[in-house]
Design a protein around this ligand. Structure first.
Ligand code: SAM
Length: 210
């Protein structure tokens, strides 16, 4: 019962508990993964960055505090968005939306890079998600995905209530089919999760009508 409740909250924080308990907890759980994702993202001056599934907002905070990027945060959870709106109310560089990854409310080729941590387990259609990410990332831009591999997810029994573990190879196959190239996987270590992966890809550059 508790595991089912927690799994549903991790997939989409809701209600008072989602706002006051789950969102701050996610920020702590994901600290090591956020750090690796930010290092891989390596934002450059003046870039536009989107984070998908920002949850408690710790990575949004780090991107905002360490870069001058214009930041777009998209999350399917109304609670996550409302909480971030309050938390970052003074941040003119941050633009928040409630939406799902396969229907991003962003124009074509808007961003230089997209990042997502611990969210893809819940994306309803991974192929559609990669196609949409390819649409909003400019040619030559970057995609960074940090996630627990299936064998790590399985260590928590609650994963059966809605988590979909996806192997890095399967993600890479989908990403290449959607218009990304140059996949690179880095491994991170921590405690709960003990091991996680960060997949970085480049959006195929325009090849002049090739
Ligand atoms: C486990 S939390 C991870 C939050 C944060 N990235 C972290 O690592 O702490 C998953 C987040 O992804 C969001 N999410 C789930 N499905 C989504 C979707 N289809 N599109 C966008 N966000 C989604 C959830 O609302 C939640 O905030």
């Amino acid at each position: 019962m508790l595991r089912r409740f927690l799994a549903a909250q991790f997939a989409r924080p809701t209600g008072v508990l989602g706002r006051l308990w789950i969102a701050p907890w996610l920020d702590r759980i994901s600290r090591n993964m956020n750090a690796l994702a930010l290092a891989e993202l390596a934002p450059a001056t003046g870039e536009r960055i989107v984070e998908i599934g920002f949850g408690g907002g710790a990575l949004l905070r780090d991107i905002l505090s360490r870069t001058d990027a214009a930041v777009f945060g998209v999350d399917v959870s109304a609670v996550a968005v409302a909480r971030a709106e309050r938390r970052f109310r003074r941040e003119a560089r941050l633009h928040l939306s409630q939406a799902s990854v396969e229907r991003l409310p962003l124009p074509d080729a808007l961003v230089d890079a997209a990042v997502s941590v611990n969210s893809l387990y819940f994306w309803p259609d991974l192929a559609a998600a990669f196609a949409e990410l390819a649409r909003v990332i400019r040619p030559g831009g970057r995609l960074v995905l940090a996630f627990e591999p299936p064998e790590e997810l399985r260590k928590w029994p609650g994963h059966v209530h809605g988590f979909r573990g996806v192997a890095a190879d399967a993600l890479i196959g989908l990403a290449l089919a959607a218009g990304f190239e140059a996949p690179r996987v880095r491994e991170g270590r921590g405690r709960k999760p003990d091991r996680f992966l960060c997949l970085s890809l480049t959006r195929v550059a325009d090849r002049g009508g090739e």
